[in-house]
Design a protein around this ligand. Sequence first.
Ligand code: AVI
Length: 317
Amino acid sequence: MDDNERTQLIAGLLATQARVAPTYFYDLAGSRLFEVITLLDEYYPTVTETRILERHAPDIATAFADAVGDCALLVEPGAGNCEKVRQLLPGLRPAHYLALDVSVDFVEQALQSLRRAFPAIAMSVVAADITQTQPWPLPDSRGGRLFFYPGSSIGNFTPDQARALVARMHAACQGRGGLLIGVDLVKDHSVLHAAYNDALGVTAAFNLNLLRHLNRLIGSDFRLQQWEHHAFYDETASRIEMHLRAREPLQVQWRSPAGSGLPERRAFEAGETIHTENSYKYTADAFAALLRDAGFARVRRWTDERDYFGVFLATTE
Ligand code: AVI
């Protein structure tokens, strides 16, 4: 991590409401813990989205072809293990599948088996975090472009940030393309609460692991037993908030970048929290409106029987 990132991270810890960006969940242990979260009974989003894609991939491909034509370039930001895109490739048949991810080696491994299954599709991976990288490293393409952004990752941005990100994808379609995006929907609060407070405590471990990650990154001395997982649904903001809450009065120290002038410690009172994540939930109509506000002309959507999760196809025409 560079001094600028370190400075931002420490400034967040020093803020009145301390905060750490959710990107810091994902060290190796955090990524593994997230994979386990997706297997939990309570965490319905992953399995529900997968079912929607399995069931409706042919309709999605037809809807894209009807609105846009051939898919020259399929772009998946944060592609990870490239599992979800498998459902789309047979119907969509893009000329080129481009995975964007910070972990190039991990994606490259996933691409090996995908290439064997779909030899006619060119596949590549480029190191990029679309929230940081400017401009996006996209190749020239003749024909329609489709962005694929599953997993309700969009829910971890504020609605304003989400709209701005979708608007960038719209602009990157260059007048001919679309966005296929998965979004977690508003539902019974008890279902939402359970998804972020699972009985096995995996989400708690995922949240607490962030402190271990910080200890390595900034030389802090967080002691995990002094903290507890706290996640709740805020109905007004329509989001799950995740926090780490101090169990007792405590002090934390770290190393600030030389010459930054930033304090190297902070005291927390019992009950004070570090805000680690927001996970916004949308109604289907509100998310369709966001897609249109970001510039897309047409929106189609598919959901599951319980209306827990939405997969939206927004197109330029
Ligand atoms: C990655 N993201 C969409 C997950 C979510 O549900 O907001 C991260 C997560 N946090 C706790 N559980 C899962």
